[in-house]
Design a protein around this ligand. Structure first.
Ligand code: C2E
Ligand code: CA
Ligand code: CA
Length: 704
């Protein structure tokens, strides 16, 4: 999976955190609770106002009667007003009673209030026994709901029958509270029940002062049940919302668990997988404090896992992995991580104190794992990437260490161990990354380069050291890449050898050289044999000789103008197959040379079995210490040996005149080196054909 994808998944998991849904749930619940409270207050406010309005009409009527009758006989007015059965009196602005009997229960005026469906201002006085609303400085009525409800409750509990009136159906004495037959239909006998809260209401008189009368805020049981039902419904609504969110949160937590299990679960070991190592590891690395302990990412690979599966069964192999995963768990400390990567690969995040201790621990872990099944010998390769040191490192870098990169570095380090058998550990170093990057770049562009003919054939002439005659040339590849620039073969041939692309390169070179030879022949040039390198990797193909023959024939070049160079190390592979291929190449008319003779583990013995034509003496003999007397002895003996085996000799990498003279004296057949010429483009080489060598490099045109 790509890095980008991993990050996306991890980010998604983080987003799905349960606490986020809990938080959003709480916010919604808070909003709905506030809305509910507001609705309750508004409803009660409206309810009380409506009740007040009813009382107001009665009191204002009384006040109007009083007003009208001013100047008339007092007794008449009093008698008339008394008919309402209410207590009333008139006060002047100073508070002295002008008319009627002031009631001791009526305390001071608080303020003015507005009855909202009349818009008129009234004065509200407190009745000492009942306080369920107050009047604010701005005239607003502040309803104390709790008091109202408590009051009602208290009234009921006390069973004060004087305040809870049961009005017989036939005798509806209080015409203000006439029962609605519909109410009775819906609420039955309780429709007749009501509680009365006394309060005093004052209406301004035009001459100053106020007409004050005791009235009642009458709460019918039907009102209470309507209010109660409304509150109950709203409560239920809130409960539903609340339940929905709880369900949602539980659902989210479950979903989260499921995702966790799915994304982080390793089916084979029933442990954690790579994603877990990245997720947990990433968190651990980010949360550690500067100066705290360091970590190392470890890529531990069970080298012979595949072989074991092939020899036994995948099921047995997986059982082994399970056991190994379990024993890894026992060997880790708190705060360390184990996970499974690809089959046979374990990812560990271990605490790092110093190089020696970590190596010691890894060795202990590996030797424990090797013992998982004592009937078999197991090998493990461990790649380690130590995650940035806390000392002297700036904090930001420390915290932003990329765990995925660290594991990839550990893998790169492990890859350096190659296929070597036996357990081993390798630490990551930055040079490896550079190599890896270069390799990726080369691999990315190589195929297109072949299509675009970015590979060029350079020729390096071989001269007779005595006559200075051109005797041959070697074809050497160059890469003129628009992306990578001019690249010398040392930087890409080893990569192509390891990934197999070299076979295509070899074919490409061979066909171009054959085509050049054919062209030069057609031009009437004096052609000499050109040697082409054929990689060791190519030699495993059993029909290699036929492939070469067909390519050369297709280009129309004579076979004796093509020489095949095999590198010395190829001679360690399947010797019989090699002898067969060389034999067939010669049979088809090609000459064959052994390249880099003396560079590695030359087997003089193998020389006698190989029907080779040319021995190329490695350039190393003409460098540094080798160039001395002892080196000269080896070179002169090699030339003699070659001659006795009927082989020609080519000395490579010759740069000095003395070397040329020495080789001429020893009977070396050809010299290929900078002394005479560097590798050059085909056009330049074409000009040198049929010409003797220039005396030294200073006279030839400098080129690669
Ligand atoms: P090689 O086959 O041993 O080629 C000889 C190398 O020595 C060439 O390097 C050449 O430029 C260099 N050389 C020749 N004379 C002198 C000298 O006097 N002094 C010094 N310092 N160097 C000298 P080059 O071209 O960089 O090639 C390096 C290697 O890459 C070759 O070593 C060969 O193994 C491989 N290679 C080059 N072209 C091909 C190809 O077409 N196919 C394959 N399979 N391998 C190739
Ligand atoms: Ca060569
Ligand atoms: Ca060579």
């Amino acid at each position: 999976m790509k890095k980008h994808d991993n990050n996306m998944i991890i980010r998604k998991i983080k987003k799905g955190h349960a606490w986020l849904s809990i938080l959003s749930g709480l916010i919604v619940i808070a909003i709905s609770a506030l809305t509910l409270a507001y609705l309750v207050i508004m409803l009660t406010y409206y309810f009380i106002h409506t009740k007040l309005a009813v009382e107001y009409s009665s009191v204002s009527l009384m006040s109007a009667i009083y007003e009208k009758s001013l100047g008339e006989e007092n007794g008449d007015i009093a008698g008339y007003l008394d008919e309402g059965g209410r207590i009333y009196f008139v006060r002047d602005d100073e508070g002295s009673t002008l008319f009627g009997e002031d009631d001791p229960d009526c305390t001071n005026v608080w303020n003015y209030a507005q009855i909202f469906n009349t818009g008129e201002t009234i004065r509200l006085y407190r009745d000492a026994d009942y306080q369920f609303f107050s009047v604010g400085a701005d005239g607003s009525i502040n309803i104390e709901i709790i008091d109202l409800i408590n009051t009602i409750k208290e009234e009921k509990k006390l069973g004060d029958q004087s305040e809870i009136l049961y009005l017989p159906e036939t005798d509806k004495a209080d015409d203000l509270y006439e029962n609605d037959p519909l109410d009775y239909l819906f609420f039955g006998p309780i429709a007749d029940m009501y509680i009365r809260f006394p309060l005093w209401m004052g209406i301004e008189l035009p001459e100053g002062g106020a007409f004050i009368a005791k009235c009642y805020l009458s709460v019918k049981m039907t009102d209470i049940s309507v209010l109660g039902t409304a509150l109950f419904m709203l409560g239920i609504l809130l409960l539903i919302i609340f339940t929905m969110f709880i369900v949602n949160i539980i659902g989210n937590i479950r979903k989260q668990r499921k995702i966790f299990n799915m994304v982080f679960f390793d089916v084979v070991t029933e442990g954690h997988n790579r994603m877990w190592a990245l997720y947990r590891g990433g968190k651990l690395i980010k949360n550690r404090m500067p100066g705290s302990r360091q970590y190392a990412a470890v890529d531990l690979f069970f080298v012979n896992y595949n072989t074991f599966c092939v020899c036994h069964s995948v099921a047995e192999g997986e059982e082994l992995l399970r056991k190994m995963y379990r024993s890894l768990g026992k060997m880790l400390n708190r705060g360390e991580i184990r996970a499974v990567g690809s089959p046979g690969e374990f990812l560990l995040l271990l605490r790092y104190d110093d190089y020696d201790r970590l190596t010691g621990r890894l060795n202990a872990i590996i030797s424990q794992l090797e013992k998982t099944d004592t009937d078999h010998t197991f090998y493990f390769h461990a790649g380690v990437s130590v995650i940035s040191s806390s000392k002297g490192e700036n904090e930001r870098k420390l915290r932003h260490a990329d765990i995925e990169q660290e594991f990839s570095n550990a893998l790169t380090a492990r890859h350096t161990l190659g296929e070597s058998s036996g357990s081993a550990t390798a630490f990551f170093d930055l040079k490896l990354v550079e190599e890896r990057r270069w390799r990726d770049k080369v691999e990315e562009h190589s195929r297109q380069a072949l299509v675009n003919s970015e590979f060029l054939v350079y020729y390096q002439p071989k001269y007779d050291p005595v006559t200075r005659e051109l005797k041959g040339a070697e074809a050497l590849i160059r890469w003129q890449s628009p992306e990578l620039g001019f690249v010398s073969p040392g930087k890409f041939i080893p990569i192509f050898e390891s990934n197999g692309f070299i076979t295509e390169i070899d074919h490409y070179m061979l066909s171009h050289v054959a085509a050049d030879q054919k062209r030069w022949l057609d031009m009437g040039k004096k052609c000499v044999p050109v040697s082409v390198n054929v990689s060791r990797a190519h030699f495993i193909e059993s029909d290699l000789a036929e492939q070469i023959r067909d390519i050369v024939d297709a280009a129309g070049a004579p076979r004796d103008l093509i020489e095949i160079e095999l590198t010395e190390s190829a001679f360690f592979d399947d010797k019989n197959a090699l002898i067969g291929t060389i034999g067939r190449l010669k049979e088809y008319g090609f000459s064959v040379s052994m390249d880099d003779f003396g560079s590695g583990f030359s087997s003089l013995n193998s020389l006698k079995d190989m029907p080779l034509d040319v021995l190329k003496i490695d350039a190393e003999f003409f460098r540094g210490d080798n160039a001395g007397e002892r080196g000269q002895i080896v070179v002169s003996e090699t030339i003699k040996l070659a001659r006795s085996l009927n082989m020609k000799t080519v000395a490579e990498g010759v740069e000095e005149k003395e070397q040329v003279d020495f080789l001429a004296g020893q009977g070396c057949d050809m010299i290929q080196g900078y002394y005479f010429a560097k590798p050059m483009p085909a056009g330049e080489y074409e000009n040198k054909m049929g010409e003797p060598a220039a005396q030294d490099i200073s006279e030839s045109i400098p080129s690669m």
